[in-house]
Structure formats: structure tokens, C-alpha cells
Design a protein around this ligand. Structure first.
Ligand code: AMP
Ligand code: ZN
Length: 113
């Protein structure tokens, strides 16, 4: 755990979050500043700074499987949703602990800004 990392502190429950799901690998919780009617994040329990540092197909898979499972539980499987991994500066990443954004409940625009 990186003690100065916001999402490590959420993973350890030192900082509260509205958790939607968790397992041995990942945690899903609502984004504090939602950009859509439903907006949650999925993070690995272990500290991984960004997609650039992912070296485990299992971890990548667990992250995506939880994104889809919670999207389904939130009622978005049929209507649709978007999964985003902002990576480094040009990607718009502000928290350097890997996270998948899952957004839905409205139609998304393309291309993204
Ligand atoms: P990014 O800009 O892709 O790194 O995304 C970071 C996300 O974390 C943003 O959507 C923030 O709203 C969200 N966020 C920041 N602090 C918290 C928090 N304490 N609980 C839940 N989400 C948070
Ligand atoms: Zn971290």
C-alpha cells in the first residue's frame, strides 16, 4: 500500500467510499463527483499507478469483469455504459492508482473531449 495514495486509502477503508462490490482483487465504489447518472470506479486492491504498469492479465481481467458485473447490477447492461481508463497527463488521469471509470444512465458522446 502506498500511504500517500488516495485509492490505497479507500482500499484499506481509511477513507470511506460507497462500495458497490469487492473481491480478493478489486473494489468498486461510486465516484465522488459523478459525470453521469451512474458513475463508479473499479480499482485493484494492490497499488498499480496506471495501465502502463499493468503486467498481469488476471488483474486486467478481474478489473473488467467487475466493471461489467456492477454495470449489470446497476441496470445498465442492456441500455449500455462506457468504461474508461484515463492514463497519464494526456489521458486526463489525476489519481495515480489504476481505476476504470464506468459511466451510464445516459447516452455518451463521441468523440470524448
Ligand atoms: P481520473 O481523473 O481519471 O484520475 O479520475 C479520478 C476520479 O476519482 C475522479 O472522477 C474523481 O471524481 C474521483 N475521486 C476523487 N476522490 C474520490 C473519493 N474520495 N471517492 C470517490 N471518488 C473520488
Ligand atoms: Zn494506490
Amino acid at each position: 500500500m502506498a500511504t500517500d495514495c488516495l485509492f490505497c486509502r479507500i482500499a484499506s477503508a481509511e477513507i470511506p467510499a460507497e462500495r458497490l462490490a469487492e473481491n480478493a482483487h478489486c473494489i468498486a465504489f461510486r465516484d465522488i463527483n459523478p459525470q453521469a447518472p451512474t458513475h463508479f470506479l473499479v480499482i485493484p486492491r494492490e497499488h498499480v499507478a496506471s495501465l502502463n504498469q499493468v503486467d498481469s492479465a488476471q488483474l486486467a481481467g478481474e478489473l473488467l469483469l467487475m466493471a461489467a458485473a456492477v454495470a449489470k447490477a446497476e441496470g445498465m447492461a442492456e441500455s449500455g455504459y462506457r468504461v474508461v481508463l484515463n492514463t497519464n497527463a494526456d489521458g486526463g488521469q489525476t489519481v495515480y492508482h489504476l481505476h476504470a471509470h464506468v459511466l451510464g444512465g445516459r447516452a455518451m458522446h463521441w468523440p470524448p473531449g
